[in-house]
Write a protein that binds this ligand. Structure first.
Ligand SMILES: CC(C)(COP(=O)(O)OP(=O)(O)OC[C@H]1O[C@@H](n2cnc3c(N)ncnc32)[C@H](O)[C@@H]1OP(=O)(O)O)[C@@H](O)C(=O)NCCC(=O)NCCS
Length: 151
């Protein structure tokens, strides 16, 4: 039976995180950008591992009452098994512990898997920012109010 663990990422995970970033080239963060998140107290990076192997990561900020889901990527070979859902539920719990009351995110309007994921968890789309991304793609903005959580 495989052991699935969610833990705080450390700087030693940066190679695995960069490899995950390569699987989302349309909005890929550089190693310098990722390294900067480890030096920034507002950021929290978590990895999900299977038997010690990193198969996904999530990056958030928590600033006062707002948690921003900045990035989530699951390794292509391990998608559709609920791992992204697990990571998001974990950051929601952490955000609540840090006195945040809401989570928001921006997602490319054409990213159907991600939008389905967020909507399944209960995020609500509030608005669209036209031509938000460098390639002209719109961004959909989603919010989740933590005190409305059913689980
Ligand atoms: C989006 C992503 C994080 C989902 O990860 P995942 O671990 O496969 O997601 P889950 O298994 O938790 O899926 C939960 C729900 O999301 C939706 N979903 C996930 N993948 C989907 C796909 N390929 N097509 C349509 N819906 C999808 C489904 O509603 C799914 O529920 P279901 O399995 O009951 O149908 C993953 O596809 C990924 O890493 N994509 C590239 C990076 C990215 O786009 N990140 C988001 C923007 S930063």
């Amino acid at each position: 039976m495989s052991e699935v663990i969610i833990r705080c990422a450390t700087i030693e995970d940066i190679g695995d995180i960069c490899n995950l970033e390569k699987q989302y080239p349309v909005d890929m963060y550089s190693i310098d950008t990722i390294r900067a998140t480890f030096d920034n107290d507002y950021y929290e990076n978590l990895v999900i591992t299977i038997d010690g192997m990193v198969v996904g990561y999530i990056s958030i900020t928590i600033i006062y009452e707002e948690c921003n889901l900045v990035k989530i990527i699951i390794d292509e070979k391990h998608r559709k098994r609920g791992y992204a859902t697990l990571l998001i539920k974990k950051i929601m719990s952490d955000a609540l512990c840090n006195n945040a009351s809401k989570v928001y995110l921006e997602v490319r309007s054409d990213n159907i898997p991600a939008k389905n994921l967020y909507e399944k968890i209960g995020f609500k789309k509030t608005n669209t920012r036209e031509k938000y991304y460098a390639d002209g793609m719109n961004a959909d903005i989603y919010w989740y109010f933590l005190n409305d959580r059913a689980d």
